[in-house]
Write a protein that binds this ligand. Structure first.
Ligand SMILES: Nc1nc2c(ncn2[C@@H]2O[C@H](COP(=O)(O)OP(=O)(O)O)[C@@H](O)[C@H]2O)c(=O)[nH]1
Ligand SMILES: [Mg+2]
Length: 192
């Protein structure tokens, strides 16, 4: 059975949301990305740790976050959020907090949130410092996992989406299993 999962990318403009998708889906990196180009979402199938195929539908923005924020329709009813900040611009971590507040306001069901520190290839400081910043963030908000990545080198990118796939709900399949298990049992019970 294939499970569908809607994933949305959130974060300040230029933190690398599009670059992360491109690295994951096409294993490519471009220094100059045109924010107006591109489909609204990309799909990629990935096997999760239970052996189920999860079809990730990864939603990007076409630069709307630069101007007036995003329509709440974009992130409403999503299963997971990839919340990206840029380690070379600390203010983008503050922006990430604003995105979470918006998310809390707009959605009834809070999705799984992965906090992603991008562009670690450009960072000369101590990686412990990044870990501390992310840990503080995780204590303040309910974050599934915090990851350090580089869309440029590719490090950490797979981990983002594998974590999401591993968490994807398989409600229908579980219901199916209950039926499969219960029917032979009740038949057996009636017989004897
Ligand atoms: N060195 C480096 N540059 C990056 C990385 N990720 C994105 N960029 C660059 O940062 C700029 C903004 O990236 P983009 O994906 O368009 O950001 P978005 O606005 O969040 O979608 C582009 O010039 C990218 O090439 C990274 O991990 N390392
Ligand atoms: Mg973009």
């Amino acid at each position: 059975m294939t499970v569908q999962s809607k994933v949305v990318m959130l974060g300040d403009v230029s933190v690398g949301k599009t670059a992360i998708i491109m690295r994951y889906v096409a294993n490519k990196f471009q220094n100059e990305l045109n924010s107006t180009i591109g489909a609204s979402y990309q799909q990629k199938a990935v096997q999760n740790k239970l052996g189920n195929i999860v079809m990730l539908q990864i939603w990007d923005t076409a630069g709307q976050e630069r101007y007036k924020g995003l329509a709440s329709l974009y992130y409403r009813s999503c299963n997971a959020v990839v919340l990206v900040w840029d380690v070379t611009r600390l203010d983008t971590l503050e922006k990430a907090k604003q995105w979470i507040h918006l998310l809390y306001q707009e959605t009834d069901l809070i999705p799984n949130i992965i906090l992603v520190a991008n562009k670690i290839d450009l960072y000369d400081g101590s990686l412990d410092e990044i870990d501390n910043l992310q840990n503080d963030f995780c204590q303040e908000f309910n974050i599934l996992k915090a990851i350090k990545v580089s869309a440029s080198s590719g490090v950490g990118i797979r981990d983002i989406f594998q974590t999401i796939a591993d968490k994807a709900e398989i409600v229908e399949e579980e219901n199916q299993k209950v039926i499969d298990i219960e029917e032979p049992n009740s038949f057996h019970w009636k017989c004897c």
